[in-house]
Design a protein around this ligand. Structure first.
Ligand code: PHE
Length: 358
């Protein structure tokens, strides 16, 4: 075997078993300035033309083979290193997370999601409106004119008068202004619920200055009290996840509905605890009625053509009844221990199929 073949064999074998660092050493020792192959190339100049003709191509071929082997080995080693790194960093995102979640979903948010889910199934959209309202949307359009005694009942937070004295602004005292905004902006038929924050100057174990309501509104042709009762029954059965929900509609008064009914839900006492269902005792859960023709007209619709029903319900109260809390103020204390106890995991998304409160 010639020296050239010997050198080639040695170099290729060394390359084949080298790691990345060693590979660089081999490259320098073969192809570097004073490398073995470079040295051979330099001998070409001193050769006779005949010798150059036979040996030249072999030396060039050697350089090429070594260069190629170096590049190939380097690419192979780099690919192996990358594969090993990727394998080490593999994350199976289908595995359950074992880090405890830092926060929980507030029961009010959870109940709002449950309401949206239940009413979406009945064909209701979710509507919203501003919490800072004007007097017209919160009162006047709802058939509560300036001098109406109902205004006094609302313990309203008013903003200081605007310099132009034009629009009196206030914190909405109920979600009913969203009825108005929806009827003004949308052509019937209308089916919406409007959950959100509401404000009244009131504070005790069952009242907080900020609380939550959900409004329901249906406007269509030929709507009757029967539709209202069926809707409320279906809603409360789905919400409390019981079939033995009994409702009692008591005649009542709201300026924006006629007739008006307060709705009580029946409950029983079991082991000293209030359990919704049955009809041993009654508890008021919401206000409702057929939308007053004046309200429909105030929104630019013809009350002879369109009728509807509306209801309004305290969300905090619904949450307390379903999840067994007894002091409303705790809802807004921001106490992490209370939330840990009553809160919901972020992935507990209510669905009708899974049970809305699951
Ligand atoms: N807005 C009323 C309240 O806050 C509730 C209600 C809404 C009553 C819709 C009837 C119809 O007390």
């Amino acid at each position: 075997m010639s020296d050239l073949d010997q050198l080639k064999g040695d170099l290729l074998a060394a390359i084949d078993s080298a790691d990345l660092a060693r590979l660089e050493d081999i490259r320098v020792s073969a192809l570097g300035k004073s490398g073995s192959v470079t040295g051979l190339l330099k001998t070409l100049g001193g050769m006779s033309p005949e010798e150059r003709q036979t040996t030249g191509p072999r030396i060039h071929a050697l350089r090429e083979a070594v260069t190629e082997a170096l590049t190939g080995r380097k690419a192979g080693l780099e690919r192996e290193a990358l594969d090993a790194r990727l394998a080490g960093e593999t994350l199976d995102i289908t595995l359950p997370v074992d880090v405890p979640a830092a926060g929980t979903v507030h029961p009010v948010s959870q109940v709002m999601d449950e309401l949206a889910e239940i009413f979406a199934d009945l064909g209701f959209a979710v509507a919203t409106g501003p919490e800072i309202e004007d007097d017209w949307h919160n009162f006047t359009a709802l058939n509560i004119p300036e001098s109406h005694p109902a205004r006094a009942m609302h313990d309203t937070f008013y903003f200081p008068d605007e310099p132009d004295g034009e629009r009196k602004m206030l914190l909405r005292t109920h979600t009913s202004p969203v009825q108005i905004r929806t009827m003004v902006n949308q052509q019937p038929p209308i089916r919406i619920i409007a959950p959100g924050r509401t404000y009244r100057s009131d504070s005790d174990a069952t009242h907080t200055p900020m609380f939550h309501q959900v409004e329901g509104l249906v406007i269509d042709k030929g709507i009757t009290l029967g539709h209202l009762k069926w809707t409320l029954e279906t809603f409360l059965k789905a919400y409390f996840e019981r079939d033995d929900i009994v409702l009692r509609l008591r005649p009542s008064y709201f300026p924006f509905t006629e007739p008006s009914a307060e709705v009580d839900v029946g409950y029983t006492i079991q082991n000293g605890k209030r359990v919704i269902g049955g009809s041993d005792h009654w508890m008021e859960v919401l206000g409702s009625g057929m939308v007053h023709p004046k309200v429909i007209a105030a929104c630019g619709l013809d009350p002879d053509e369109w009728q509807g029903f509306a209801f309004g319900c305290g969300i905090d109260r619904l949450a307390m009844l379903k999840y067994g809390m007894d002091d409303l103020r705790a809802f807004f204390d921001g106490d992490i221990r209370w939330l840990k106890h009553y809160g919901f995991a972020a992935l507990d998304v209510p669905t009708l199929s899974g049970g809305v409160g699951a």
